[in-house]
Design a protein. Structure first.
Length: 187
């Protein structure tokens, strides 16, 4: 059953078809997009069978989005136009293709040396944005750690090593100047 049969007013299940949207006119647009190209040539260019192309043209079947994209590319037309019949506005004067990259991200990547840009892209892919933010927060904690006096840093690192090695905090004599040096510990 082709387009005309499917869209007749008295056709069974007509309410399941997008009559006014143009989606169901795929075959007509495909014929126009082929611009005299043979079914066999379109089949060869798109990697589909000639039978499938013929069924598209008759309106017997409609392609999935992936197949429609292959057909649109093979015909050199917009996927949106081929599927929906919607013309896309094209500014031919000084037109530059729209980049799928966010302009802010693109500006950042343009300022980085190529190697650093690649490393950043790899980090985003491998760790995701949240992973990078977590790492930066860790660096922030490191910056805060470096702001404390050196004697306090040494004490924190000593405690860290003791905890890591399984020693208890009370096994070692208090450091000079430790505010807890004069207090008795529970025990």
């Amino acid at each position: 059953m082709g387009y005309k049969e499917k869209t007749e007013p008295n056709t069974k299940n007509r309410d399941r078809i997008f009559v006014s949207s143009g989606i169901n006119r795929f075959g007509e647009r495909l014929k126009e997009a082929m611009n005299g190209m043979s079914n066999n040539e379109l089949a060869r260019r798109s990697g589909m069978s000639e039978t499938t192309v013929r069924k598209y043209l008759r309106g017997d079947i409609y392609p999935g989005i992936d197949s429609a994209a292959l057909v649109a590319e093979a015909c050199g037309v917009s996927l949106v136009w081929l599927v929906c019949g919607v013309e896309q506005k094209v500014d031919t004067e000084g037109a530059t293709p729209q980049s799928p990259v966010d302009p802010v991200l693109d500006a950042i990547l343009q300022r980085l040396p190529a190697e650093q840009g690649r490393i950043l892209a790899d980090a985003i892919i491998l760790r995701g944005v949240s992973g990078i933010i977590s790492a930066l927060n860790g660096m922030s904690a490191m910056d805060e750690f470096l702001q404390i006096p050196e004697s306090d840093r040494e004490r924190v690192l000593r405690l860290y090593r003791q905890i890591k090695e399984g020693d208890s905090e009370g096994d070692q004599e208090p450091a000079p100047g430790d505010p807890l040096a004069n207090h008795q510990r529970a025990g």
